[in-house]
Design a protein around this ligand. Structure first.
Ligand code: PEP
Ligand code: MN
Length: 337
């Protein structure tokens, strides 16, 4: 249920409603939009309807939220969520490009990539330090040493930093080093991890699960938000279908559809979606045209020797060309890059 407060409600009135809801055992969330202030109250709908909240001073109305996801929903918050990271915003006019290697492999590899992607216009450097690999014999990541390198790359270049966490331990470490936390496709329904990510103060990129429906994905975001972290960015990275000429199938319909259902920013990862670097530029352009708020692109200084995901990684030169081409597409849809 959402309690919509009157535009003229005083702070005391809001506080009184808040206290009453908490006293009744509801979990409450204050959601401040530009046009209205609402209190999301999670709990038994009937109880709230019979509680007299509706006639408290400052309350305009009670509105039930019909969707199973609540805080994530456009019903609860009409305006787009804009997430501030360092000196840029995700979900505003600028399309944010996050680029970097699949995995942090060495200081040279990461710093070189960071400098080149920064020069081409990326806003954030990515790099896996805890890698959820299909095989236990594949490179598993540099762990905390890699986190330190990411932090160094962020300081040297001014780029924001992002890395994937795979459990509560890696989450606890990563928050000390990076600006944005990533929950990967394989952990989209790791509910304990989602709840833990909901208790940190860093924005979270939540990738769509390997074969998750939009509703499952939005419910995963709800887990994070229900713990109080409202800074969630949804990332479409392809889903598993019968097609095996590509690694996954990029579901671009997710972009406009999620934007109808939710106020959260949506970004697209064409690298994991396709598994093939040649497909990354055209799908990046398609994603921007479809309304994505950002892109997450794998770039490696020498894809041939990459320890992870070389075939889908762009060289820095190809990334630079793509960034130039993307500017025209962004402009055509009223955005900047
Ligand atoms: C990644 O971004 O490196 C990654 C493993 O992605 P996904 O979770 O989408 O497979
Ligand atoms: Mn990868």
């Amino acid at each position: 249920m959402i309690v919509v407060m009157d535009l003229r409600a005083t702070e005391e009135q809001v506080e009184a409603v808040y206290k009453r809801l908490e006293g009744m055992g509801f979990k409450t969330h204050l959601i401040k939009g530009v046009e209205r202030l609402v209190i999301g109250a999670i709990g038994d709908r009937k109880q709230i309807q019979n509680s007299g909240i509706e006639i408290m001073p400052g309350v305009e109305k009670l509105v039930p939220v019909m969707k199973p996801y609540k805080l994530v929903s456009r019903e609860v918050k009409v305006e787009d969520t804009v997430i501030k990271v360092r000196d840029f915003n995700i979900g505003a006019e600028e399309i944010i490009v996050i680029a970097g290697p699949c995995a942090v492999e060495s200081r040279e590899q990461l710093l070189e990539t960071a400098e080149l992607v920064a020069a081409a216009g990326a806003r954030a450097i990515r790099g896996g330090t805890y890698k959820p690999r299909t095989s236990p014999y594949s490179f598993q990541g540099m762990e905390e040493d890699g986190l330190q390198l990411l932090a160094e790359a962020g300081i040297k270049t001014g780029l924001a930093t992002i890395t994937e966490v795979i459990d509560e331990k890696s989450l606890g470490l990563a928050v000390n080093y990076v600006d944005i936390i990533q929950v990967g496709a394989r952990n989209m329904q790791n509910f304990q991890l989602l709840k833990a990510a909901g208790r940190v103060s860093k924005p979270v990129v939540l990738k769509r699960g390997l074969s998750a429906t939009m509703e499952e994905w939005l419910m995963a975001a709800e887990y994070i938000m229900s713990e109080g972290n409202y800074n969630v960015i949804l990332c479409e990275r392809g889903i598993r279908t019968f097609e095996n000429y590509t690694r996954n199938t990029l579901d671009l319909s997710a972009v406009p559809l999620i934007k109808q259902l939710s106020h959260l920013p949506v970004i697209v990862d064409p690298s994991h979606a396709t598994g093939e670097w040649r497909l990354v530029p055209p799908l990046s352009k398609g994603a921007v045209a479809a309304g994505a708020d950002g892109l997450l692109i794998e770039v490696h200084p020498d894809p041939v020797t990459a320890l992870c995901d070389g075939p889908q990684s762009l060289t820095p030169d190809n990334f630079k060309i793509l960034m130039q081409e993307l500017r025209a597409v962004a402009q055509a849809v009223g955005r900047d890059i």
